[in-house]
Every structure is written in structure tokens, then in C-alpha cells.
Write a protein that binds this ligand. Structure first.
Ligand SMILES: Cc1ncc(COP(=O)(O)O)c(C=O)c1O
Length: 329
């Protein structure tokens, strides 16, 4: 069949032959909802004279919100009221009197970026990579400078290029001229990915043969026959904000050939500070770093990144470089 010919049953389908959404009505609602968001979730929510939260206990709040899921839809005005209620009864994390180490407040340009990405609704995952590397085993070399366009470049060209630039900037702050990285849905999962990459580096057979093919592993310490493969240092502990001495830890890791990961989810942003960046002296000696820009850099939740010094750790015969596919959980 000619791929450009649309089958008769499709053109006649009431669902596929007409818009599923009333765009004019939807955009009218969005304009009104934006106004409410601006007034209630931003102007009032950042006004120190207003409350951080209109607190209600769960049973009261359930009654006030009327959360029953009904078969029929709701009107424009009812839905707008729901937007107001969500803003009213939620905790205003952008309020000047809201204090928590995980939140930094609102940055309007970052927020605009979030609106834009949500609206465009593209998917992203593996960034476009320079493919000018060659592994020992895999001589399937790639032209110098050739870029491999992965699926995500086709669907999100602008964001993929932006991701490359941001990851490169973050790596340069860590002190690496090259490397790799990926944005992740949180610091915990970034740490998990780092452990997977470190395990793969120590025992590549784990990818093909699974966990039974590797010895019992230990993070940081070796006891009762377990093999240490990773040390996880912390730059900025969650409660007290203390920083581990990275240079001393790197000395130990280098001596024993152990992967050094730094959980800088909270503290990483001191690398932007002339006054405080010394707290992370030695970070460039790490193999991988977790960093959550949503904590101190005013990007919204969740914005977490895993940075890798090595660009080859996942490169095995006839596979793409993708350390995250080496996971054998
Ligand atoms: C040092 C540290 N590591 C990891 C995490 C976990 O990050 P996430 O909540 O993004 O998973 C946090 C969050 O508070 C943290 O402070």
C-alpha cells in the first residue's frame, strides 16, 4: 500500500478524522488558569505577609476539596476553582518563610522553561554523543566527529543539544575536560546508576551473565570475603551539610583501584561559589558525581544529574555506549 494513502476506514473514523480536543476552549481555560496560577501560586505564595500554608488535617481537607471522581466532567468555572483550591491548600515552597534544605525558591526563567518543556511534551533520555571513540574489542569505528543521532534527537532536538551543553558545563565545574552524564529523576536514582556503572566497570560480565557471575560485592568496605568496588563520599550531607575530605578519600580509592562516587546532590552547587568551592577540593578525582541543581540552583524539582568522568565504561562489543543499559538489577 502507498504509505501516503490514508485508508478509507481511518478517514471515516469519527475519532481519527476530527480533533479529540477542543483547542479553542482548552486554550481559553489555560489563559484563565495561568492567571490564577500567577496570582495564587506565585504572587500570594511569595508574599511574606501571606501564610506558607492554609493547613487542614487530612479529613477536613478531603471534605473541603471534594475529591470524588465522577463520571461527568466539570465546568470551566468549577475547574478554575479547583486550580484555586490546589494553590490555596498546598504548601508554598517558594514562600520567603518556607525553609527546607531541598528547596531553593522560585526562579521565573527556570519556571518558564518548565512550562515550556511540559507543554512541548517531548521525551528525552540518552543524549546525542560524540561517537569518535573506539573500544579495544569493537573496531566498528565511527568517522571522526560524527554524531550519532539517537531516537531522542529526532523527537527533542533543542533539548538534546541543551542537555549536552549543560552537562558539559557541570562537568567543567567538577574539573573534567570530557566525560558523560545524564539527567535523572532524583539524587537517589543518580547514586544507584553510579553504583551500576561502577559494578560494570569492575565486573563487565555482569551484563551478560547476571549477578551470579560476580563475587559478593561491598560498597566501601571489604569484610567476610566481599569485594569492595565503590566508595561513596558525600559533599553536603542532607541534615548537617558536612563535606567529606575528597582528596584523602581519592587517595584511598586510587591505592585500591576502587570507583569513587561523590553524592553531591545537595552540596554540588558550592562549585559555583568562589568562597565555598574549596569544600569540594579533590572532586575532579572522582569517577562519578551526583548533583541536584534543584536544591541550590533554583531549578524546579526534580532536576538531578549523574556525571561520569569516563566516556568508555559501557562500551562493549556491538552495543551502543549506554551505561544505564548495563544495569542488571
Ligand atoms: C546528599 C543527598 N543525597 C541524595 C539525596 C536524594 O535526592 P532525591 O530526593 O532527589 O532522590 C538527597 C536529598 O535530600 C541528598 O541531600
Amino acid at each position: 500500500m502507498n504509505p501516503h494513502t490514508i485508508p478509507h476506514q481511518i478517514t471515516k473514523s469519527p475519532h481519527l478524522n476530527g480533533p479529540l480536543v477542543d483547542h479553542a476552549k482548552g486554550q481559553h481555560f489555560l489563559k484563565d488558569a495561568f492567571q490564577v496560577i500567577l496570582e495564587e501560586a506565585l504572587c500570594r505564595a511569595t508574599d511574606a505577609k501571606e501564610k506558607v500554608c492554609e493547613w487542614r488535617d487530612a479529613h477536613e481537607l478531603r471534605a473541603v476539596l471534594d475529591l470524588e471522581l465522577r463520571d461527568g466532567g466539570e465546568s470551566h468555572d468549577q475547574l478554575l476553582q479547583r486550580v484555586r483550591d490546589v494553590a490555596k491548600y498546598s504548601v508554598k515552597t517558594n514562600h520567603p518563610l518556607f525553609f527546607n534544605q531541598l528547596f531553593a525558591g522560585v526562579d521565573y526563567y527556570a519556571l518558564t522553561g518548565r512550562f515550556l518543556t511540559e507543554t512541548l511534551n517531548t521525551s528525552q533520555g540518552v543524549s546525542e554523543k560524540e561517537r569518535d571513540r573506539e573500544s579495544e574489542n569493537d573496531r566498528e569505528s565511527v568517522r571522526e566527529g560524527q554524531r550519532e543521532c539517537e531516537y531522542t534527537y529526532e523527537v527533542a532536538p533543542v533539548f538534546v543539544l541543551m542537555e549536552d551543553v549543560v552537562l558539559s558545563k557541570l562537568r567543567s565545574l567538577v574539573g573534567w575536560a570530557e566525560g558523560d552524564g545524564i539527567f535523572c529523576p532524583g539524587g537517589s536514582i543518580s547514586n544507584m546508576f553510579a553504583m551500576n556503572v561502577a559494578r560494570y566497570r569492575a565486573f563487565p560480565q555482569v551484563k551478560q551473565q547476571g549477578l551470579w557471575a560476580v563475587p559478593r560485592l561491598a560498597v566501601f568496605t571489604s569484610q567476610e570475603g566481599a569485594v569492595p568496588f565503590l566508595v561513596c563520599a558525600t559533599s553536603g550531607t542532607t541534615i548537617q551539610g558536612s563535606f567529606d575530605p575528597l582528596d584523602s578519600i581519592a587517595d584511598v580509592c586510587e591505592r585500591h583501584g576502587i570507583w569513587m562516587h561523590v553524592d553531591a546532590a545537595w552540596g554540588g552547587s558550592v562549585l559555583f561559589s568562589k568562597k565555598h568551592s574549596h569544600l569540594m577540593k579533590g572532586i575532579e578525582r572522582a569517577d562519578s558525581v551526583t548533583w541536584n541543581p534543584h536544591k541550590m540552583l533554583l531549578t524546579g524539582l526534580q532536576c538531578s544529574v549523574l556525571l561520569l568522568k569516563d566516556t568508555t565504561v559501557g562500551h562493549v562489543p556491538s552495543t551502543h555506549f549506554d551505561p544505564f543499559h548495563t544495569m542488571c538489577l
